[in-house]
Design a protein around this ligand. Structure first.
Ligand SMILES: Cc1ncc(C[n+]2csc(CCOP(=O)(O)OP(=O)(O)O)c2C)c(N)n1
Ligand SMILES: [Mg+2]
Length: 740
């Protein structure tokens, strides 16, 4: 099918004539030589022909993506104003930016690479056939998901990390004078993710924290079918203190170049955030499948076509005598032929043809490499600087909170690129004291308070991770992860998948969670639902219960992040943070000594391995978190009534310790799952499914919390799993239903 803009371009150029300008004047206006202008025109032509080829491929049933860049080709000028080493997180209409950046870097395959993405060929150098994304390791383009604006919190993190790595003496991924660029559409500018990220950038800049970040809003006046109110972007962002504002007609290459150059230079010099507003048009509808005439009048569509940036660049070049109309048309047709012949080449290339191929980037880290790294302690000199005379292994029994605190200090000493941050993490040392003293020891550049925005906290971690740092962000309460979830689910967990393992998100997200808190009641401080984490492919979920496991498991998660960029969620049981006694007041049995580095190898906790407590042969209890504490107490009472149990602490909710589950289940033939999360969507469902999958043929029962939110006060105990319930269920399964 012939596209209208294709015909309009040819007829507009044919009718161009007359030298109304001079090449010198054009060069003076844009700040670029005539030859560079022709190169940028080449990037614009390439981008346009890619859009046309995408539709041709779709028509052949060979292409799977038709969201194009037509009307946005002015963004070639933004690339030209930046350096190819400046980290870029791009809007999906960035074809011309991408081609120009490739040209700057001397990369010759960008047209073909983009086509490989369109046909989902395994040869696609960025995603390996998993998605059409603009991304490249060599071009410093970090691929973004299609969730609009969700790349912006990461962009803030990348910008912050540019100087932070230098400050810490860590090898960073970007040059020290780099500028981060992040582009997005006008409708996206209203998304809370965008407004949150822009706020976080201004908040940093306001405090004098370097934040070299250029936001580029490509304003085509519409988001799918919904118009952006006239002048809204300028009204909203044009005069924000702390956000330098630049605006250009994105359809006019010369002025876009001049303004982009000014904006990029401003950010590079001032290390503060700026907002570049490019007025563009959207040609050929939102995507190939979008029937624009359903919501836009023919007059509006025509008016947009008349602002076609390609026609305008052609006019600039022709009227300044740089190219003749015939030369422009030759270039246009030559580019069409080149792109079409590449499109023919990529049709039929191999696709991902097995689950294993699709999922290869989701594989976990190599076990031996994690074990080896987790066993290696910090240099003695650095460790003694951090701990002084108070080496934790000499402190005697520690609580879970103390143990995590000491383990974090060891991680900070072992890995100088580690950052620990979150709300109240720095000066106060965490709501529960888990990060107490860390900021003093490691310094405020490494352990610090953030603004109150979980989305920004995770975004900062995402940006730090791709910049050479090792972030350990804290989410203060599990319930408050949910308003930032996309950063974990959509960004952190999917990046390595969509970049074929080239970009990763090394990080350990500490989350305080679960119920049974005595100090602070109600649902939000006692959230016991983890379903939202358990189905994220590739995500590691650690759930330590005991002080010694907590320290060792933290080392495992950190090592996995270092070894292969794994993202882990480290779920800390608030109710056990300060627990000392297990059975009776003063017994001190929940405390555990801290393991000295020379014993880390023998005390290593592999990811996906549980821990068995006891060796009874009557009943196997499978549990985790507070469930371990309750089960141990119940088990001791059961012993008195002649029932001998063994308890498997799962320790990892993903990957589950399948081999341990099966072994311990078979050891008694009777399994009770003790699950403090909800009955629906809770952990017990996965454990039962594992037993069924593994063809366990004994008895299975489960006790869980109710499908409820947690109310305030003692009413919580009505819906949270209790020791009495566990005990009754244990007796029932052992004695076949008769309570004794
Ligand atoms: C969070 C989210 N909600 C909805 C969508 C579906 N969606 C894709 S593009 C789009 C419109 C974006 O408009 P704009 O930001 O102006 O960019 P444009 O396509 O106009 O360049 C929408 C709603 C999405 N991708 N992400
Ligand atoms: Mg738009």
């Amino acid at each position: 099918m012939t596209e209208q803009i294709d015909l309009t371009f040819s007829s507009a150029v044919e009718n161009m004539g007359g030298l109304e300008d001079t090449a010198e004047a054009l060069v003076a206006e844009s700040g670029f030589t005539a030859q560079r202008l022709v190169e940028l025109f080449d990037a614009q032509l390439g981008s346009r022909q890619l859009d046309l080829a995408a539709r041709w491929l779709r028509g052949q049933g060979e292409g799977y993506y038709t969201i194009g860049s037509s009307g946005h080709e002015g963004n070639a000028a933004v690339a030209a104003a930046l350096r190819p080493t400046d980290p870029a997180l791009l809007h999906y209409r960035s074809g011309a930016f991408f081609l120009e950046r490739a040209r700057q870097a001397g990369a010759t395959s960008a047209l073909r690479d983009t086509l490989l993405g369109l046909v989902a060929a395994t040869e696609d150098p960025i995603s390996g056939g998993r998605h059409k994304v603009f991304g490249s390791k060599t071009l410093a383009v970090i691929p973004s998901t299609s969730t609009i604006a969700s790349h912006l919190p990461r962009a803030v993190g990348v910008a912050l990390s540019i100087q932070r790595t230098r400050k810490l003496g860590v090898v960073g991924a970007w040059p020290s004078d780099a500028v981060t660029v992040a582009s997005f559409g006008d409708a996206s500018a209203n998304h809370s993710t965008a407004t949150g990220a822009i706020n976080a950038a201004i908040h940093s800049g306001y405090q004098g924290i370097p934040m070299p970040l250029l936001f580029v809003c490509e304003d085509n006046g519409i988001g799918i079918s919904v118009g952006t109110p006239q002048g809204w972007i300028r009204h909203n962002y044009g005069s924000r203190p702390g956000l330098e504002y630049f605006e250009a007609d994105g359809c006019d290459l010369a002025s876009t170049l001049a303004v982009s150059t000014k904006a990029a230079a401003w950010v590079r010099v001032h290390r503060r955030p700026a907002f570049l507003h490019l007025r563009t048009v959207r040609l050929m509808a939102h995507a190939g499948s979008d029937v624009e005439t359903a919501y836009r009048s023919p007059a509006v569509i025509l008016a947009e076509q008349q602002r076609d940036p390609l026609v305008q660049t052609a006019r600039l070049l022709v009227t300044a005598g740089v190219l003749t109309p015939a030369e422009v048309l030759d270039r246009y047709e030559a580019k069409r032929q080149m792109v079409l012949s590449l499109a023919h080449e990529v049709v039929g290339l191999p696709k991902l043809t097995s689950p294993g191929l699709v999922m290869s980037p989701l594989a976990g880290p190599e076990r031996s490499a994690v074990a080896e790294l987790a066993a290696s302690g910090p240099p003695a000199e650095r460790r003694s600087r951090f701990f002084g005379e108070d080496r934790p292994e000499l402190e005697g029994g520690l609580t879970v909170a103390q143990s995590i605190n000491r383990a974090l200090i060891d991680v900070l000493a072992r890995h100088p690129e580690t950052l620990v941050f979150g709300e109240d993490v720095g000066r106060k040392g965490g709501v529960y004291g888990v990060t107490r003293g860390l900021s003093k020891k490691a310094g405020p550049a490494r352990v610090f308070d953030t603004l109150l925005d979980e989305q920004s906290i995770l975004g900062l971690a995402l940006g730090a991770g791709v910049s050479g740092l090792l972030p350990i962000p804290e989410i203060q309460y599990l319930a408050y992860l949910h308003n930032a979830e996309d950063q974990l689910r959509g960004e952190a967990a999917s990046l390595r998948f969509f970049s074929n393992d080239q970009y990763t998100n090394p990080m350990v997200i500490r989350v305080a969670g679960y119920g049974y808190q005595k100090g602070f009641g109600g649902h939000f401080h006692n959230d016991n639902a983890v379903g939202v984490l358990r189905d994220i492919p590739g995500l590691i979920i650690a759930s330590p219960s005991t002080p010694d496991d907590a320290a060792a498991m933290l080392r495992s998660c950190v090592s996995a992040a270092k070894v292969n960029g794994s993202t882990s969620v480290f779920l800390e049981p608030i109710a056990l943070y300060h627990t000392r006694d297990t059975y009776e007041d003063g017994d001190g049995l929940w405390l555990a000594p801290y393991c000295a580095p020379e014993h880390w190898a023998t005390n290593h906790v592999p990811i996906g391995r549980g821990r068995t407590h006891g060796n009874g042969s009557d009943l196997t209890i499978l549990t985790f978190g507070n469930g371990l504490f309750m089960s141990k107490r119940v088990a001791s009472r059961l012993t008195r009534s002649g029932i001998q149990t063994r308890i498997l602490d799962l320790r990892w909710l993903a990957p589950l310790p399948v081999a341990d589950i099966v072994r311990e289940a078979n050891a008694t033939g009777k399994v009770l799952i003790v699950d403090e999360t909800r009955r629906s969507g809770g952990v017990s469902e996965a454990v039962i499914a594992t037993l069924v999958d593994e063809q366990f043929i004994g008895s299975i029962a489960r006790v869980t919390s109710e499908d409820s939110f947690i109310p305030l006060g003692d009413a919580a105990l009505q819906v949270l799993l209790s020791e009495q319930t566990i005990e009754a269920a244990a007796i029932k399964i052992v004695h076949g239903g008769s309570l004794v």
